[in-house]
Design a protein around this ligand. Structure first.
Ligand code: UDP
Length: 239
């Protein structure tokens, strides 16, 4: 705790796209940069939990369109997230940050199982907790897990790191030149106007439990630190 007020505790969602640098597999240079930016915020006293995506390896929905059983393909997707977790853990430890990986699918040799109370203790001690293997359940996304883990570990905000966009727009800025960036919107706005900030399950979970979310661009150097430390970048989404 700092100055009597509760410490800032946030949940950072990193997509597989970040880990792959836009390709399949791992882009270690990108992961190293993100780890260094997280380390700065941790040293400033921010408690950081991370939920890691896995789209740089497998997406269940895509594999199922190519003949695999959806649930089994989803498990492959979840296993992919764990590789990203280990890469982030490695670069964070190299940057001098103490970390724990907790996975929703038990794999004792590489990570702790997901134990919410232990995760909270780690955060209180200044350790970065990296959540892998999604929810351990097919048909879910890591965005939904980000919302759920934020709620269960009492994070004050969900920070959604995006590639290619720096916030929420009225339309897809990569396709529509008239798209305008929004500084603020509500989950209901996003759902009704079909602004795909994150999946609908995740948004309704955040709305119903009054958790705020900030959507920000990962491409601008320093933005991860800024978002973690509470700078008003990107787009704020509230209930
Ligand atoms: N996944 C799942 N259940 C979960 C989280 C993830 O089945 O709780 C699977 C799903 O197949 C998904 C893949 O893991 O496509 C990778 O996660 P996601 O697509 O959310 O990663 P991102 O889009 O952030 O890279």
């Amino acid at each position: 705790k700092r100055g009597g007020s509760p410490a800032r505790r946030v949940l950072l969602k990193l997509s597989g796209e970040t880990f792959g640098g836009g390709s399949i597999g791992l882009a270690p240079d990108v992961v190293q940069r993100v780890a260094a930016e997280i380390a700065v915020a941790v040293r400033a006293g921010v408690q950081v939990a991370v939920v890691v995506g896995g789209g740089n390896f497998f997406r269940g929905a895509e594999l199922s369109q190519r003949g695999l059983d959806r649930a089994r393909a989803d498990y492959m997707g979840m296993l992919g997230t764990v590789m990203n977790c280990l890469a982030l853990q490695d670069f964070l430890e190299q940057a001098g940050v103490v970390t724990r990986v907790q996975t929703a699918i038990t794999m004792g040799q590489v990570a702790e199982p997901y134990i919410p109370l232990k995760a909270i203790r780690h955060l209180e001690k200044g350790r970065v907790v990296i959540f892998g293997a999604g929810a351990g359940m097919p048909f879910f996304s890591t965005d939904t897990v980000a919302a759920q883990r934020a709620l269960e570990t009492h994070c004050q905000e969900v920070l959604m790191g995006k590639n290619g966009v720096d916030g929420v727009y009225t339309a897809d800025p990569r396709r529509d030149p008239d798209a305008v960036k929004l500084d603020h919107l509500t989950y209901t706005d996003a759902l009704v106007r079909d602004l795909t900030v994150m999946d609908a399950t995740a948004m309704s979970l955040c709305r119903d439990n009054d958790v705020t979310m900030r959507v920000f661009g990962m491409n601008e150097p320093g933005n991860v630190t800024r978002a973690l430390e509470g700078e008003k970048i990107g787009t704020l989404v509230t209930a």
